[in-house]
Design a protein around this ligand. Structure first.
Ligand code: CA
Length: 382
């Protein structure tokens, strides 16, 4: 089989009155870059590039201008060879960020093609599923922009997740210790002690601040404290981890096996959170997972974006091993982004619906999804 074409789609929609704040800025739009790879056998694969701040059209440009010309004529089953080849071509000015997100979209599309060619879900090609469904936690509880009281709005949102059947949710923090504690107290008291509650600072603090906050948060039974310090500050992570009784997590801003090497080998986090659509796709993330398993550091992937990234992440979630294997292994949580996204669930014909706190992991070939091309074409801005 040979690759015959690569097409990118950049989608964007403004959030208007649903714009949401977090510790770094106010997100006023949702964007994504999708990539469709076609082959001479008529099989197509789709991938998505993770982005937070960089415009999605830059990731799409990397795909179409930097990578696509290099993979025409290659066999999608040579995905690992293709990965190293493409990585090396952007290594001098790449290595992290959007070049790797773009490479992730290509790799995911290649795995989609491989699965469809073999009539198997990707998890089968990766060695088989440890689980058939994903126990989800709600990512939400951002800072709404047009409400009389942020605290009241957070309480209402949190109670909504509880009513919907979630057993876990994640609160955004990083607005300053005092404000963080006010929001945390309000949410914990509203949802009760039985719900699992995580917090995420999106690297808003230095180590000293994060330690102070972690100690204050202990009494509210916080399950994990995500991205307390900037991703470059590995020593800060280690310091916070050593002085906090709350689990410390991070990794969504890290890329490739080279980037994760330090986080893993220096035991900088309690739980590693690579993003499949950002860190290099299936080919690369399985190398990160293998390295993490050797150091016995649990992996719970970061998940963001549309149904394409969600479907891909569910395939990955199926194959995550136990950390460690045992008679009654831990059941990892799957990140289920519930923050405003006008087209998350519209880009594919298949819909993902939570039942009793779980999402089913599709057992259809490849990613198990088909793009709704009518919708995608309409929303494409370039
Ligand atoms: Ca996060």
């Amino acid at each position: 089989m040979k690759i015959t074409g690569v097409t990118t789609y950049v989608l964007e929609e403004l959030l208007k009155d649903k714009a949401f704040g977090w510790s770094q800025w106010v997100t006023d739009r949702r964007q994504t870059a999708l990539c469709v790879i076609s082959t001479d056998e008529g099989i197509e694969g789709v991938g998505e590039a993770f982005y937070i701040g960089g415009p999605a059209k830059i990731a799409a440009g990397m795909i179409s201008d930097a990578y696509a010309p290099l993979i025409i004529g290659k066999d999608p089953f040579d995905n690992a060879v293709i990965w190293d080849f493409l990585y090396n071509r952007t290594r001098d000015q790449g290595r992290k960020g959007l070049p790797i997100s773009a490479l992730s979209a290509i790799d995911i599309a290649l795995w989609d093609i491989k699965g469809k060619a073999k009539g198997l879900p990707i998890y089968k090609l990766l060695g088989g599923a440890y689980r058939e469904k994903a126990h989800v936690y709600a990512t939400g509880l951002y800072e709404p922009q047009h409400v009389p009281s942020v605290k009241d709005a957070l309480v209402e949102e949190a109670l909504g997740y509880k009513k919907d059947g979630f057993s876990a949710m994640k609160l955004k923090i990083g607005y300053g210790i005092e404000t963080d504690m006010e929001y945390l107290k309000a949410v914990r008291e509203a949802i009760g002690d039985d719900m699992v509650l995580m917090v995420d600072a999106n690297h808003a603090y230095n180590a000293a601040e994060a330690i102070r906050l972690a100690r204050k948060m202990e009494k509210y039974d916080v399950y994990w404290f995500e991205e307390p310090v900037p991703p470059e500050d590995i020593d800060g992570y280690i310091e916070v981890k050593q002085k906090s009784n709350i689990l410390i997590t991070g990794g969504e801003c890290e890329f490739t096996r080279y980037g994760f090497r330090e986080l893993i080998t220096r035991r900088a986090v309690d739980i590693l959170q690579p993003d499949l659509c950002g860190t290099g796709g299936f080919t690369e993330i399985m190398k990160i997972v293998a390295m993490a398993s050797a150091w016995n550091v649990p992996v719970i992937p970061h998940v963001w974006g549309t149904n394409v990234g969600l479907a891909a992440s569910l395939q990955l979630f199926a194959v995550l091993p136990h950390f460690p294997e045992r008679r009654f292994p831990a059941k990892p949580f799957f990140e289920y982004d519930r923050s405003p996204h006008p087209f998350r669930n519209k880009v594919t014909h298949e819909k993902f619906i939570m039942k009793d706190g779980y999402l089913d992991i599709p057992d259809r070939p490849g990613l198990g999804i088909t793009l709704d091309m009518d919708f995608v074409s309409k929303r494409t801005i370039i």
